[in-house]
Design a binder for this molecule. Structure first.
Ligand code: SF4
Ligand code: SF4
Length: 222
């Protein structure tokens, strides 16, 4: 059956009308900033303190756009009679973002968590040479790196945190034992000289009063 005359025009007008009444998806950038996912690949930040100059990132970069210079330094032995050690000191770390293809391989392979993605993307330049970001600029990008997502409830504590907590607990226990030993020595010395033993800080007058009644000093009851 031949199409009804003018049906094509009506169909076209219906499409136009539908599109006109639909919400627009146009982003009014730069007046309105786009809402990017926090893990967007905008620019790479360098956390220099973590970098050991192992060169893995520069070696694995498919574009060869990471430039690293370093020199060796001798570190004196930690204990007398120990061996001197040598370590790499970073002289230059730069990424040429005019060559970078944002593959993220450098971030993946860094064994020391020294490289991170930042969602910042507004660093266009009129001179292509300015797209090579040196270490100071790469460090500045670190301020724009979002916090890592929270752990799942019930997830295992990260190894680094567990190790730090264990060390802190050990130090606290060691300090408490030292204080206890000091107190015991003082008490023994006081008993030997016939003086009353020194009171522990939480038994001092003012908190509970010298006669055992509640004191009126700060922290006591009024
Ligand atoms: S993101 Fe890829 S291309 Fe860019 S510096 Fe890292 S490894 Fe090289
Ligand atoms: S892989 Fe990481 S630690 Fe090694 S040189 Fe690159 S940024 Fe530094």
């Amino acid at each position: 059956m031949p199409p009804f005359p003018g049906s094509g025009l009506a169909k076209g007008l219906a499409v136009t009308l539908r599109t006109m009444t639909r919400k627009s998806h146009t982003a009014q950038y730069p007046d309105v900033q786009p809402e990017l996912p926090p893990r967007s690949r905008g620019v790479i930040g360098l956390f220099e303190e973590n970098c050991t100059v192992c060169m893995l990132c520069a070696r694995e970069c498919p574009d060869w756009c990471i430039y690293i210079d370093s020199h060796k330094e001798t570190v004196p032995p930690a204990a007398p009679g120990g061996r001197e050690r040598s370590r790499n000191v970073l002289d230059r770390f730069a990424i040429d973002f005019s060559l970078c293809m944002y593959c993220g391989i450098c971030i993946e392979v860094c064994p020391f968590d020294a490289l991170f993605w930042s969602p910042e993307f507004e660093y266009a330049e009129t001179d292509i040479r300015d797209l090579t970001h040196e270490r100071d600029k790469l460090r500045e990008w670190m301020w724009t790196v979002p916090e890592p997502p929270a752990l799942d409830p019930g997830a295992e504590e990260p190894k680094e945190l567990a190790a730090a907590r264990k060390t802190a607990d050990k130090l606290a226990a060691q300090r408490a034992a030292e204080q206890e030993a000091e107190r015991a020595t003082e008490q023994a010395a006081a008993q030997a000289s016939g003086e009353p033993p020194a009171q522990a800080p939480d038994e001092a007058p003012g908190r509970n009063g010298a006669d055992g009644t509640p004191g009126t000093a700060e922290g006591g009851t009024a």
